[in-house]
Design a protein around this ligand. Structure first.
Ligand code: ATP
Length: 484
């Protein structure tokens, strides 16, 4: 499995999907750049999400709020005081760890050794310590269970300290008199503070949602596993505002709707599972993760949280501005309008980069195509055609006799509707392999017959079958397969 993951990472680099940021300077830890094909794939994922969430729902609208927000926003949201990880340093290796992660690893080790009771009791003790924010107790547990640093193999630990995950910077030209602001650690707060702006200007009626895609920043201490956990990443979030008391109904609806979105890409349903949160964040009354089976195990890709009226109430308190909605609908029980209230919120929050990784892992295959007399293999990205960076590649059989000109003519027509690749270098077989490796669903070969019969050969990426079709039918054939 580790091997598969390594291959996915090197494939992503080799074909221009993902590069390490500032690579010529040896990179910047947990920051990545998307290359020419990565940018296309990422955009297609965004479009798939935006269409499904905004354009397919009359009662959901989009937003694009700023990364910088008033510092009080993060006081109100609880991020200044509560967005912390308990960290511990090993004095010998000088390496820093998340205390809860060290304990989790120990629990997993006990389980692997069949020490079920030990695992369970440590889990309970850790949960209690985390809940009570009892940092000395976390250290005690680490010592009691003789946890050593994976590098130095020593148990020479510092105390456990809270480490805030927000990046701070100076706002204004001069150090003195300038104000400290944060890079947002989630996009959701931009939605909450604009709740009434959107509701009033869009004349939205509850239930309704506001969706946005944007960057978020977290000073993650343990940054590993490629684009799984980054310091700069993108989120696709939707906050759905509902009448208090109806939140569980909507929570369950969004849980199902979001899983369907994942499965609509043709993923094996066994690769996904729900994971209910046993420990709830301070703002939530129900929370579930949609987990995907990565090569390193089932891990969260998306969270669905019932956030109650926590955020809007906090902003009402901190800003002194009413965050209420007037609901004119009549309550059947009382015969009176529901009137003014602070809505409850169901949130769906998915990491764009993490989902990008899901897409790569899910679609990457190394196939052995050897026959009795010939060794052969290919790397293929079986991307859903709607996500593929290029929808089709145009390949003139040779570089002469008017074939490139004819190929360009076909390309010029199709590129109005689809992102197209053009390739005339190397043998046709090699060109097919290059397109397979970047997930192009169709290769269109222009040959000598094309000049007289106006037809081309179209090759399908997954089945590798070929068929002869009229040039005038290409648009419909490609269009049918790349749409949802
Ligand atoms: P985790 O437990 O993995 O740190 P989280 O519970 O803190 O995640 P949320 O705050 O619920 O995550 O964020 C919603 C989504 O944003 C996550 O499901 C994940 O896909 C994505 N995400 C969160 N942190 C990162 C990160 N550092 N890098 C990439 N994606 C992230």
């Amino acid at each position: 499995n580790e091997e598969i993951f390594k291959n996915v990472i090197s494939h992503a680099k080799e074909y221009g999907f993902v590069f390490q940021s500032s690579e010529i300077y040896d990179g910047l830890s947990a920051v990545y750049d998307y290359g020419q094909l990565g940018a296309e794939l990422k955009n297609n994922i965004k479009t798939y999400w935006w269409k499904a969430m905004v354009q397919m729902h009359e009662n959901i609208v989009g937003l694009d709020s700023a990364i910088f927000m008033h510092p009080k926003v993060w006081k109100a949201s609880g991020h200044v005081d509560g967005f912390n990880d308990p960290m511990i340093d090993n004095k010998d290796s000088k390496k820093r760890y998340r205390a809860d992660q060290l304990l989790e690893d120990k629990i997993a080790a006990y389980e692997a050794e069949g020490e079920k009771l030990k695992a369970e009791s440590l889990q309970t003790e850790m949960d209690n310590a985390l809940k009570a924010e009892d940092l000395p107790r976390l250290k005690e547990l680490i010592e009691e269970h003789k946890i050593v640093c994976p590098f130095s193999k020593t148990a020479n630990w510092t105390d456990v300290r809270q480490f805030n995950l927000m990046f701070a910077t100076q706002f204004g030209a001069m150090a003195e008199g300038s104000e400290e602001v944060y890079l947002r650690p989630e996009t959701a707060q931009g939605i909450f503070v604009n709740f009434l702006n959107v509701q009033k200007s869009g004349r939205m009626k509850i239930p309704f949602g506001i969706a946005q895609i944007g960057k978020a920043f977290r000073n993650e201490v343990i940054a590993r596993q490629f684009i799984m956990r980054m310091r700069e990443f993108e989120q696709m979030e939707m906050q759905f505002f509902v009448r208090p008391g109806t939140e569980m109904e909507w929570y369950n609806k969004w849980k199902e709707t979001r899983l369907k979105w994942h499965l609509a890409l043709g993923t094996n349903p066994e690769k996904y599972k729900f994971h209910d949160h046993a420990k709830l964040a301070h703002y939530a009354n129900a929370a579930v993760d949609i987990e995907f089976e990565f090569p390193f195990g089932f891990k969260e890709v998306e969270g669905i949280h019932s956030r109650t009226d926590f955020d809007l109430s906090q902003h009402q308190e901190f800003s002194g501005k009413k965050m209420q909605y007037f609901d004119p609908e009549v309550d059947e029980e009382t015969g009176k309008p529901y009137g003014n209230y602070i809505p409850y919120v169901i949130e769906t929050s998915i990491g764009l980069d993490r989902f990008f990784l899901v897409t790569l892992i899910n679609s990457f295959e190394e196939q052995d195509l050897s026959t009795e007399d010939k060794q052969d293999s290919r790397s293929v990205l079986k991307l859903h055609p709607a996500l593929a960076p290029y929808k089709a590649a145009i390949l003139p059989l040779t570089k002469k006799d008017g074939l490139p000109e004819k190929a360009r003519e076909i390309m010029d027509q199709l590129k109005l509707d689809f992102n197209m690749a053009y390739d005339e270098k190397d043998s046709i077989g090699k060109r097919y392999r290059r397109q397979d490796a970047i997930g192009t669903p169709f290769c269109i070969t222009v040959d000598y017959d094309t000049l007289t019969d106006n037809s081309v050969t179209i090759r399908h990426r997954d089945s590798m079958t070929q068929e002869r079709v009229a040039i005038q039918d290409l648009q419909k054939i490609i269009g049918d397969l790349v749409s949802w």
